[in-house]
Ligand binder design. Structure first.
Ligand SMILES: [Zn+2]
Ligand SMILES: [Zn+2]
Length: 189
């Protein structure tokens, strides 16, 4: 039992409890009792402090996510990898390489086994401009909840769309992994 109730100087009960181990107060006896005790994971194993799921289950869940993501993805041969490619296993340039060859060279140099698949990349413009963003920024110096008119001015939206389009240039683009298109490096038999 770690939960102990607190009393006022005059001996009145407060209904507030604290954990005798951590000396942290809690709103209820139940919370104080549970304070620093490890959680039991769904699988029956003890979870680490401040976690509700054990490490094994966390790793399994992550691996399941990876497996499902790969299963759902379109599988492409290396010949179709025409742009930037990405892999978590690639230790250079935050996982991005200009080509499959460049990526494989790194694995070769590092004497590491390349993964069985990597990801194609997609580019998107870093320039965004919406009337919501603009209107919000107009009220940056406002004290509290501001009220305004002029939402949904068609001309404003059109002008911003035009601005975004004009700035949709190669130097304003960034690459990100496209988790819907996997590039198969090796056929798994
Ligand atoms: Zn505690
Ligand atoms: Zn577990």
């Amino acid at each position: 039992m770690n939960a102990t109730e607190l009393y006022t100087k005059s001996g009145k009960s407060t209904g507030v409890f604290y954990c005798t181990k951590c000396r942290v107060t809690h709103r209820t006896e139940e919370l104080a009792e549970r304070c620093c005790k490890p959680y039991i994971c769904k699988c029956g194993a003890e979870a680490e402090k401040h976690r509700t799921v054990c490490e094994t289950c966390r790793i399994n869940k992550y691996n399941d996510m990876l497996r499902v993501r790969f299963e759902k993805a379109e599988k492409l041969p290396v010949s179709e990898a025409t742009h930037m490619v990405f892999s978590d296993h690639y230790g250079d340039n935050e996982g991005f390489a200009n080509s499959v060859e460049e990526m494989l060279e790194w694995f070769d140099e590092e004497k590491e086994k390349p993964p069985t698949y990597i990801w194609a990349c997609k580019s998107r413009s870093i320039v965004t401009a919406t009337s919501e963003q603009l209107i919000e920024s107009c009220f940056d110096d406002s004290y509290e909840d501001w009220e305004h008119d002029g939402e949904g001015i068609k001309e404003l939206d059109e002008a911003l769309a035009k601005f975004v389009k004009m700035n949709d240039k190669p130097q304003n683009k960034m690459w990100e992994p496209d988790y819907t298109r996997a590039i198969i490096l090796k056929e798994v038999s």
